[in-house]
Design a binder for this molecule. Structure first.
Ligand code: ARG
Length: 254
């Protein structure tokens, strides 16, 4: 009996030593192969592209990213961070990609690369019902709210002066600012705008569109391998209609 135990202990030790030498610690459980993680940075207060459903981040970007990860044989991990930390975080390699209804812009292209575009965005203006702002021609001299670091905030500052723009950590907070009279309007992407107007009484979207944009995924300039893979995955998702299916699910035709 005693010898048996010793033998087992010795065998276990030998196996462990072998394991350590051969790097068994890194091996995954039998059957499964190790999946690398694809870390996506987003700012999950931007329905219908990314938002919380309970503890889960859902939305167009989350679902498209999940399909991309699947095609790449990777495990998707989503990091919810401040919108203006996404580009720097991707640039330094902290995150593999940034996907956040993010508009392709020259100044961002100086820091990161963008994949092919997977969706269109439009900047619109939200006002309170009964507001004296009837079109974008009335914005002069008004106070404008927007999410910090977004195109809405950038264009508003360029066109109407930074002193007239109040930036908020999220679109949601900008809308709160509008409701409480801190700003006269909010400039934000059309789909989140629709979601906010639906969720809050007494708000409306001006008919005139402010700017048209392309959304794409940000990837570090030196990570050309991932760029190629994600672009191919996107191409497939576009070709087989999967992308449109996800968009239609979140943006039902009016
Ligand atoms: N399209 C705008 C931009 O790129 C706003 C994006 C905000 N996205 C978000 N997930 N909060 O600047």
């Amino acid at each position: 009996m005693k010898i048996m135990k010793k033998l087992i202990a010795a065998a276990a030790l030998a196996a462990l030593t072998l394991c350590l030498l051969a790097g068994c610690a890194e091996k995954t459980p039998a059957g499964g192969d190790t999946k690398k993680t694809l870390v996506m940075a987003t700012n999950a207060q931007f329905p219908p592209y990314e938002y919380y459903d309970g503890d889960n981040i859902v939305g167009i970007d989350a679902e498209v990213a999940a399909l991309i990860a699947e095609k790449l044989g990777m495990e998707l991990e989503i990091a919810d961070i401040e919108f203006d930390s996404i580009v720097p975080g991707v640039q330094t390699g902290k995150y593999d990609m940034g996907m956040a209804g993010m508009t392709v812009r020259e100044d961002r292209l100086e820091k990161v690369n963008f994949t092919s575009s997977y969706a269109k965005g439009v900047q619109v203006v939200i006002v309170k019902e009964g507001s004296d702002i009837a079109s974008i021609d009335d914005l002069e001299g008004k106070t404008i709210g927007a999410q910090q670091g977004t195109t809405g905030a950038i264009y508003a500052a360029d066109d109407y002066g930074a002193e007239n723009v109040t930036t908020y950590a999220s679109g949601n907070l900008a809308v709160e600012g509008l409701k409480t009279g801190k700003v006269d309007c909010v400039i934000i992407d059309n789909e989140p705008a629709k979601a906010y107007v639906k969720a809050n009484e007494g708000l409306k979207i001006l008919d005139t569109e402010y700017a048209n944009e392309d959304y794409a995924i940000a990837i570090a300039k030196e990570n050309t391998e991932l760029m190629d893979k994600v672009n191919s995955a996107l191409e497939e998702l576009i070709a087989d209609g999967e992308l449109q299916k996800i968009i239609d699910k979140y943006i039902p035709a009016e």
